[in-house]
Design a protein around this ligand. Structure first.
Ligand code: FAD
Length: 685
């Protein structure tokens, strides 16, 4: 066997962002033995980059705010495709999670009377985002990490998980993973669980240390995936190097289902210049604090793009929009604060129409609207970011911004209440889980999502693990480990002797050699090299995957381009089988990237397949050939699974909303119908 390092836990949490840390703390609280495994250094997860804030209806700034309004905003932002149970749980529990953070030491900005200050963000009816300047994620992570360290929870950092370990057979306890205190109606998937029996159940995870290149095995009956997003499958993205969709792919390969993968959020405002920083996020807080979007003619163009569904609550003149910042009672919100999908499409249209800024974006101006002291106090990171990276002083001149791939709404299909995936023992929370945000996420709703569902995932993973007596804990067979290790090492052999990587591996001491096996996992790069095929460079392959996704599966999609994308992805998959890396196993970034290619390709195929099937435009999925929302698609999710190594897409109906919640949308009448895509006056579905 290729690994000598082995650890046993009750719960292994993969990911050290907000969701992972919150899950680990909760599982520990329940008495479980817990480990956190993360690909980068502790403190470097995406969550730390979150700027704007945590959405929670605490009512500190607007006493009128409540969970029902937050629920309604979230569902409308998601174009009603959200799993309503998740949106409800989230809206109800978010305030408690913020107050809990404060108890644990988080220092939020304050209202004049000393309560947690809340700021405005797109799609939220009231100022709702608890924040710490524009460094909220940093404070969230600092707080959770301090607590994690004080609880002495084991952390394996710079350790990348390659595979989830599974054992065949049925779950020991029918319904495992469902909270005993939750009604059956809230707990999804008896049906799913029966199909998961074929796939087996979780027995742990298999990883490698990035520094030494050696392998490590975790035996655990419960695994929580909290691996974040997929941004690195696109060329222009706010995401950092580690967001290659690993959790999505790990879950799929282990037999779990993914859902809503067509919905990718392109944040309207990323930096566009200079090229080295293209895609880096410019927080929505700039617009929340008074910034406006201007085209090359100096026109505040968002007034031209107010969709009927939001017209009733959006200002229709600059005078009213500007008045809203000080008078929220009589004035309506500025159109710059429409949900992200609307703003991103509007910017895209302006650029396409030739009214863009010099470097292919539009202008975001706060300099002419707020005094420098206010800008530096409210947006310290933005001020620093533009001064340092673009030589632009945002207190004196406008920023240039354009859409950037930011967030994925799609992810691992989970039980709304317990965060259990469709394979027993597997749980997922945070950005890698699906359902909470529907087709489009509102700003600020991710940080609250991580806290609410991170806690639930940790709670139910611990309960699940504790429900299994020691003698019933599954242990994965060594063959699974050996096959994965051999596949991981194959790129070394491919470089040494092109054509021989089929049997290639590298020794545990860290030098390349050739003796070993292959894997049957379809997504492992580096197997089955044919003598005639030249070695492939992992950097080139990653670049080509990003190029296909950006070019053919970006903000605006069409059937012919999606079909072409699937073909190109298949070609890239064949090329990835010949990926080759030189050097040795100690901290070898080329090798690390070669190992990420499997996830990138899997995620690319999932997004494209689901995008092709959804013949309408909704939220983070816009089809040029089907430009409107279609009622026929309004109540169904696309679900993806692997069957005999092939990706299979099915549709599943959304659960019906109970009347008391549906009534929240009735005030809005036609509005709600438009959310779902029904024609005005038509029958709401
Ligand atoms: P992450 O914080 O992304 O952490 C993922 C973890 O998984 C990391 O530790 C990573 O190392 C680990 N990992 C991944 N793959 C593996 C693997 N194979 N093996 C081991 N470990 C692995 N949302 C808001 O609500 N409000 C905001 O103001 C906001 N601002 C944002 C600003 C920026 C610049 C960005 C990029 C995002 C922002 N978001 C915001 C979105 C939000 O930050 C993310 O959606 C959220 O932090 C994701 O948290 P997570 O816990 O799911 O995962």
């Amino acid at each position: 066997m290729s690994t000598s390092e082995r650890h046993t836990y009750d719960v292994v949490v993969i990911g050290a962002g907000g969701a992972g840390l919150r899950a680990a703390l909760e599982a520990h609280e329940q008495g479980a033995r817990v480990a956190v495994v993360c690909k980068s250094l502790l403190g470097k997860a995406h969550t730390v980059m979150a700027e704007g804030g945590i959405a929670a209806a605490m009512g500190n700034v607007w006493p009128e705010d409540n969970w029902q309004t937050h629920f309604r905003d979230t569902m409308r932002g998601g174009k009603m495709l959200n799993q309503w149970q998740m949106a409800r749980i989230h809206a109800e529990e978010a305030p408690a999670r913020v107050w809990e953070l404060e108890e644990w030491g988080a220092v939020f900005d304050r209202t004049p009377d000393g309560r947690i200050l809340q700021r405005d963000f797109g799609g939220h009816r009231f100022a709702r985002l608890a924040h710490v300047g524009d460094r909220t994620g940093l404070e969230l992570i600092r707080t959770l990490q301090n607590r994690l360290i004080s609880k002495r929870i084991d952390v394996f950092m710079e350790c990348t998980v390659l595979r989830l370990l599974t054992v065949p057979g049925a779950a020991d306890r029918p319904g495992a993973g469902r909270a005993s205190d939750e009604p059956e109606a809230l707990s999804a998937p008896a049906r799913e669980r029966s199909s998961a029996r074929v796939a087996g159940r979780i027995a742990g995870a298999f990883a490698y240390w990035r520094e030494s290149g050696t392998f490590v095995r975790f035996d655990a009956p419960a695994v929580v995936l909290a691996t974040g997003g997929i941004g690195k499958s696109y060329q222009v993205t706010s995401n950092s190097w580690e967001y290659t969709g690993d959790g999505h792919a790990l879950a799929l390969w282990a037999g779990a289902a993914l859902m809503d993968m067509e919905f990718v959020q392109f944040h309207p405002t990323g930096m566009v210049w200079p090229p080295s920083v293209k895609g880096i996020l410019v927080t929505e807080g700039v617009r929340g604090d008074g910034g406006v979007l201007l085209n090359s003619e100096g026109r505040r163009f968002m007034f031209d793009y107010i969709p009927p569904v939001f017209a009733a609550e959006t200002a229709d003149s600059e005078e009213e929009a500007d008045r809203w910042y000080t008078d929220k009672k009589t004035a309506r919100r500025p159109p710059e604060l429409l949900p992200r999908d609307e703003v991103a499409r509007a910017i895209n249209a302006e650029i396409k129409a030739g009214r863009g800024s010099p470097h292919g974006g539009v202008h975001l101006d706060i300099a002419s609207r707020r005094d420098p002291e206010y800008i530096r106090r409210r947006l310290p990171s933005m001020y620093h970011q533009f001064t340092e990276l673009a030589d632009v002083d945002i207190t004196r001149e406008p920023m240039e911004v354009g859409p950037t791939c930011h967030y994925v709404m799609g992810g691992i299909k989970v039980d709304p209440s317990t965060a259990a995936a469709t394979v027993p023992g597997l749980f997922a929370a945070g950005e890698c889980a699906a359902g909470m945000h529907g087709s489009n996420r509102l700003g600020g709703n991710s940080l609250s999502d991580l806290l609410v569902f991170g806690r639930r995932a940790g709670l139910h993973a611990a309960r699940y693990a504790q429900s299994l007596p020691a003698h019933k804990r599954a242990v994965a067979d060594d063959a699974q480990i050996d096959a994965t290790a051999a596949a991981a090492l194959a790129p070394f052999a491919a470089a040494l002797t092109p054509g021989s990587a089929q049997a290639g591996t590298a020794s545990a001491e860290g030098t390349a050699s050739s003796a070993g096996g292959t894997t049957s996992a379809r997504d492992s790069a580096g197997t089955s090299v044919s003598p005639s095929h030249p070695p492939e460079n992992p950097y080139q392959l990653q670049n080509d995957i990003q190029d296909v996704m950006q070019r053919l599966v970006g903000i605006i999609r069409t059937e012919s381009e999606l079909v072409r994308a699937l073909k190109e992805i298949e070609t890239l998959r064949s090329r990835a089988r010949h990926v080759a890396v030189v050097g040795h196993r100690q901290y070898n970034p080329g090798w690390h990237l070669a190992l990420d290619l499997g996830s990138l390709l899997t995620v690319a195929e999932c997004i494209t397949t689901a995008a092709l099937a959804r013949r309408e435009s909704r939220g983070g999925h816009t089809r040029d050939d089907y430009p409107s929302a279609d009622p026929a698609f309004a109540t169904l999710n696309h679900v993806l699974r692997l069957r005999d190594g092939r990706l299979v897409l099915t549709t599943e109906p959304l659960p019906a909303m109970p009347p008391e919640l549906a009534a929240l949308f009735e005030d809005a009448g036609a509005e709600s119908r438009a959310d779902r895509g029904a024609p005005a006056g038509g029958k709401g579905s």
